[in-house]
Design a protein around this ligand. Structure first.
Ligand SMILES: Cc1cc2nc3c(=O)[nH]c(=O)nc-3n(C[C@H](O)[C@H](O)[C@H](O)COP(=O)(O)OP(=O)(O)OC[C@H]3O[C@@H](n4cnc5c(N)ncnc54)[C@H](O)[C@@H]3O)c2cc1C
Length: 302
């Protein structure tokens, strides 16, 4: 059953200070609405519990993309269209630009925001594997100030996070040291467009003097939330890239995730494919280069 619009209130303070004031006065009462591509689906289906919505779409304080000497700051209100068209994102963090291009349709990309994707917290969301691989951090803002948290510590459970009821995600920080060497991102879904991933893996790393360095791995659709594969990274870090190591890393990755059976796939399939993607990344690390575009293709698989 559709929702009745008259039962909802939507306000537009127009400034970040105005939004935060409202949220501080009644914590948990006001739900921020950015692009609305998640919230309006819930509204359309009669499932939107929040009755008081505060519009944050287009807020200048949440929109900038700023290049700084040691990294890139991306406002949480940045849309996918802005992400995939940004020269700074494409040049410095190409996996994120590519993931933005995979997300939904052009209409979704024009409205949907990076912050909305992260706070919504779907385990299958498209931005997280790239953000985890790049070592992203989030700026959380409230009337009490700004605090920065590592993105791999943001999700605490299925669609839950460390975000407090009076806080917004203001922006995403991507450190510049990230992303050197081989960068890998592959999403496996039922088709090439408008598909929710069955598994996706993003990774960066390099192989100076035959030993793995700077490796970071992010996985989607294999746990209650996007997953940084810390134990697998530890197995790989500093080790010579031998066939035995690849097997050890694959076994470790399988132990680190908890893939579910659901309507989109089985846990067994997800585990197998995640292992294959890890091997593909390590194969590219061995070659030392991305084979012409293949690593970043969204693939139909099986
Ligand atoms: C047809 C369709 C296809 C889609 N395809 C994909 C896809 O391929 N891949 C994918 O990953 N997602 C997909 N999505 C999901 C959705 O588009 C994205 O998750 C999008 O990024 C959500 O952003 P939004 O700004 O629209 O969020 P909203 O709907 O505005 O908000 C979502 C949640 O985040 C909160 N929120 C938003 N911004 C902030 C902020 N700055 N601080 C604190 N809380 C905030 C809201 O309160 C709400 O709880 C799809 C959705 C639809 C309807």
């Amino acid at each position: 059953m559709r929702s009745r619009a008259a039962e909802y209130e939507l306000v537009t303070p127009g400034t970040l200070a105005g939004v935060l004031e409202l949220m501080a006065a009644e914590p948990g009462v006001w739900t921020p609405m950015a692009g609305g591509t998640e919230l309006m689906v819930q509204f359309g289906a009669g499932r939107l519990r929040a009755r008081k919505l505060v519009n944050i779409f287009g807020l200048a304080e949440l929109k900038a993309i700023r290049e700084e000497p040691d990294g890139l700051w991306i406002g949480a209100g940045t849309t996918y269209t802005q992400l995939r068209c940004s020269e700074a994102v494409r040049r410095g963090y190409p996996l994120l630009a590519r993931a933005a291009g995979w997300t939904g349709s052009i209409a979704n990309q024009n409205r949907g925001t990076l912050g909305g994707n992260l706070v919504n917290g779907s385990p299958a969301a498209d931005s997280p594997p790239a953000l985890l691989a790049y070592g992203a951090e989030l700026d959380l803002v409230s009337g009490r100030g700004v605090r920065r948290v590592a993105y791999d510590k943001f999700h605490t459970g299925y669609k839950t996070s460390v975000l407090q009821p009076d806080e917004l995600v203001q922006g995403v920080w991507l450190p510049r040291s990230a992303g050197h060497g081989v960068e890998y991102l592959r999403k496996v879904g039922p088709r090439n467009a408008m598909a929710i991933s069955k598994v996706a893996l993003g990774a960066v790393g390099s192989l100076p003097e035959g030993k793995i360095a700077g490796v970071r791995i992010g996985l989607a659709s294999v746990a209650y939330a996007p997953l940084r594969c810390v134990r697998t990274e530890q197995v790989l870090q500093g080790a010579p890239l031998t066939n035995a190591l690849v097997e050890d890393a694959r076994a470790c990755l399988l132990g680190e995730m908890a893939p579910l059976d659901d309507l989109r796939s089985t846990g067994r399939y997800r585990a197998e494919v995640a292992g294959n993607l890890l091997e593909e990344f390590l194969g590219q690390l061995r070659k030392g280069a991305n084979p012409a575009g293949k690593s970043m293709e969204k693939e139909r698989y099986g």
